[in-house]
Design a protein around this ligand. Sequence first.
Ligand code: GLC
Length: 569
Amino acid sequence: MSLRREATEPDHDGGRSPSARARQAQGSWARDAVIYEVYVRSFADGDGDGDGDLLGLVSRLEYLADLGVDALWLTPFYRSPMADGGYDVADYRAVDPLFGTLEDFDKLVAAAHERGLRVVIDVVPNHCSSEHAWFRAAVAAGPGSPERARFHFRPGRGETGELPPNDWWSVFGGPAWTRLADGEWYLHLFAPEQPDLNWTHPDVAAEFADVLRFWLDRGVDGLRVDVAHGLIKTFGAPDPVEGGVTDFGGAETPFFDQDGVHRIYRDWRSILDEYAPERVAVAEAWVPLDRLARYVRPDELHQAFNFEFLRTPWSAPEYRQTIDASLRAMAGVGAPTTWVMSNHDVIRHASRLAAGVGGEPGGVGSSDDATARADRALGLRRARAAALLLLALPGSAYLYQGEELGLPEVFDLPPEARQDPIFARTGGALAGRDGCRVPLPWSGSDPPYGFGTGSSWLPQPPEWAELSVDAQRERPDSTWALYRRALRLRRDLGALGDGELRWHSEPDSAVLVFERPGAPGVVCAVNLGSEAAAIIDGSLVMDGSLVIASDPLTPDGLLPPDVAAWFTR
Ligand code: GLC
């Protein structure tokens, strides 16, 4: 792989350089980076209050450097009432006391850079918290005030304005409008505690330009743009047909993927380009691949999460189609493709891939029998194979904390422990996303398994002792050992990372076999069928030497079902 640390080692000067554009034309560090998502509240608790925090993360940076990832993406740690896990920001320039202080953040960036790890932070521009100073001022100032113009306030329909201004729904369930005591309604595509900002108001753009610079000046290497497809709304368009509360943007709606969002990212790109070393941005946009490519045109953001890949069911022809479509779509605009299996919004893939549930955000319904179908051994086997698939594909890979431990989804959290607003807003019809956010097990035989010295904000299952980092370090065949080895190989084998992909298997084959050309070339084979397959000495790989397999091959060298392997040739 071609992340050249010597040449691009992060420095902390926060400086700006006129040559940034020229340097970027040669290729970005993010083109083939492995970026590890840290869900800060659940990673490591430094002060024993049961919530993960920035100093907890600092104390575990060595673990991440040793694992072999290139960068961290931190979920929001800003001042927040935590109505949506911190995606409800009350102050964009302050660290919430739950997570630490600004000084802790500076320490984190410095300590990460010392270890060659880049730091990407979450930016939440679509909405703020109802506790944000702007929203409080808007509520106090009343209808028609300039303070309200920074949000989407409207009178209601009906004789006395008792009906919401239109029928838009909240992604978290229920209507997207809430009425204030003075009779006006305000828009929130997510929870009522997350009022949408009006991006056609000049104050909003100016404020975010300043917020971006605030963090870029502190040395962050990149931004993850939350709900990147939501910032511009088309009022007055016919109401869309509701796509379901788990729909983060699949259906065509007047509040997602409107053309106006791209102007914003062009402005942001010019801010990012003022900085050296290079700063990048990744879009979270739940839109089809052809639309997604528009977010990563040369003068917009650098990457976009590939949710099509995350949503692909365990089927070789379907993966092949998604992989080809992804590469095609991104190549069309010269952007790297990304590959992602899990994040803090979806069911962990070590459960999902066996349960046959989709990768939609929102969690399973409480009446769903996914728990029963989530065969633990099968899910883990597929997740291990998926890791080798993901890390062999050309482009950049996103990992979600705990997937390197093969953590399953926790389906059976008690209702009183659940904190995701999706659970409450759907009256419990959907379980929500807490099951993928359970704090990590680090060591020991009892909860909180070294997560901290106190408790953990979500309960950890009793069987997680054997999944802890320490327990897995002892076992050469552990999932942690597999990820660590694969990440090392991905760095060492020049054919992996950015570059070309050549299929060896047929489009309808149950075994995916592709080559990453190089010297040596690397062949990745993944068996998604139900029978062991001949790959060496068969027509597929010919004479390669095995470098890593997600589970053992058969004694006569066949690739068993749900196993992936890499060969050099
Ligand atoms: C993004 C985040 C999700 C959050 C939502 C609203 O989809 O990943 O966790 O709830 O935006 O900010």
